[in-house]
Design a protein around this ligand. Structure first.
Ligand SMILES: Cc1cc2nc3c(=O)[nH]c(=O)nc-3n(C[C@H](O)[C@H](O)[C@H](O)COP(=O)(O)OP(=O)(O)OC[C@H]3O[C@@H](n4cnc5c(N)ncnc54)[C@H](O)[C@@H]3O)c2cc1C
Length: 380
């Protein structure tokens, strides 16, 4: 049996797990990642990252490479299903292929001397012994366990208080990537749905996520294929030019969006939940990965500042991160309601606020201005 007694074990080598691994190694704290897949993979096509995450990636020396491979925005535009509503300046947002971010985090982790054990799906964890058993029958003991195992975290389901059964939100989402001349973030709003599109590089690749209210329940999977005809049917009331050019045979996916209520706590004994495992959220504000990066950075820096007293680090982590992520979970739900309004009076009021005030931009700025690095220093 390999000796990991002084290590933090990270379950899940996604955005949260790799960010946590990089930050811990950078601070000289021993860590090992266990990932159930057989290699580094990434589902979900594209992702947008705002300054609250970008400034942390910069501290991990990833930002400048990421920037050259991505699209950096300062503008967004909004329309109804057919007609333009307004355009406005946004705080810096970078959009990219999820795979680009994952590859950069992965390389950084390996360059820092990190170790990833692939084909290791966690099947059980003995809290008393801090011992994990994997599907390949291997067992290891650690000092601490960081659960970065994503939206359907088995660690959250096993160890954290019940009533967390996911509820179908009533919405499905489509995603895909095609070609278009679009050079900014574009929203097409409702009723009962919305489409967000953005370029992810300077080669004309444009990603979109299209959300709509459904009468039937859809499966929660990012890998469920859908057809172009069904997509266009679902959004037949929208101006079809909101979508990039999608050739026959292009990969399109459709899945159901589920809601999970916030947990009372993100820590338990020697387990710390990080990223989607701690606070799955609906994707309407594009902050899930940003929160995963903030969580991971915060926990690692607290471990450093508390001289590897993981229990002290956990308590402060829970205090800081529960408050921040609950706010963002709520704001994401509210954003969905704002996007999908159908009452014509409310739609008129919403469009006027967007057109004539800075309120939406200021709300976003408050979220993006958060600096997890400074927050940790306040508690050190
Ligand atoms: C359509 C859509 C669009 C989105 N757009 C954005 C966006 O624009 N901006 C943004 O910030 N966020 C966005 N998000 C959210 C974002 O993708 C997630 O919040 C983010 O991926 C969470 O990272 P994570 O590491 O916590 O989980 P994941 O990325 O899901 O990683 C979990 C990892 O754990 C592994 N794993 C699971 N179980 C086990 C096990 N038992 N043993 C070992 N390994 C295991 C998995 O294989 C995986 O590698 C979007 C989400 C969706 C659905």
């Amino acid at each position: 049996m390999q000796n990991y007694l002084e290590y933090i074990a990270i379950i899940g080598g996604g955005i949260a797990g790799l960010t946590l691994g990089c930050t811990l190694l950078k601070e000289g704290i021993p860590v090992v990642i266990f990932e159930k897949m057989s290699e580094e993979t990434s589902h979900g096509a594209a992702i947008s990252l705002s300054s609250n995450a970008l400034r942390l990636l910069d501290r991990l020396d990833i930002y400048s490479d990421l920037k050259t491979k991505s699209f950096v925005h300062s503008e967004a535009s909004i329309q109804g299903p057919q007609k333009k509503i307004c355009a406005f300046r946004t705080p810096e947002v970078l959009t990219t292929r999820r795979q680009t971010l994952m590859s950069l985090l992965h390389s950084r982790f390996l360059n820092l001397g990190g170790d990833i054990c692939y084909d290791h799906a966690l099947v059980s964890f003995d809290v008393k012994k801090c011992e994990a058993t994997f599907s390949n029958k291997k067992k290891y003991n650690f000092k601490h366990l960081a659960a970065c195992d994503g939206i359907r975290s088995s660690i959250r389901d096993t160890f954290f208080p019940a009533n967390q059964n996911p509820k179908y939100s009533g919405y499905s989402a489509w995603r895909g990537i095609g070609k278009s001349a679009l050079k900014s973030i574009h929203f097409a709003l409702g009723p009962r749905g919305h489409v967000v599109s953005y370029p992810i590089n300077n080669d004309g690749d444009v990603s979109f996520v299209a959300v709509r209210k459904e009468d039937f329940q859809f499966k929660e999977s990012w890998k469920e294929p859908g057809s172009l005809n069904n997509l266009l049917d679902d959004f037949s009331t929208y101006d079809s030019s909101i979508f990039p050019q999608l050739k026959d045979g292009v990969s399109l996916y459709k899945w159901g969006i589920y809601i999970r209520p916030p947990l009372q706590s993100m820590i338990l004994k020697n387990i710390t939940l990080v990223g989607d495992a701690a606070h799955p959220m609906v994707p309407f504000l594009g902050q899930g990965a940003c929160m995963a990066i903030e969580d991971a950075y915060t926990f690692a820096m607290l471990c450093k500042h508390k001289n590897r007293n993981f229990s002290d680090a956990q308590n402060i982590y829970d205090l800081i991160r529960s408050e921040r992520t609950k706010k963002i979970q709520k704001a994401s739900m509210l954003q969905g309601k704002i996007y999908h309004m159908k009452n014509p009076m409310l739609v008129f009021a919403r469009n006027s606020v967007m057109k004539y005030t800075n309120i939406p931009g200021n709300d976003l700025k408050r979220i993006h201005d958060y600096d997890a690095h400074k927050e940790v220093l306040n508690f050190s």
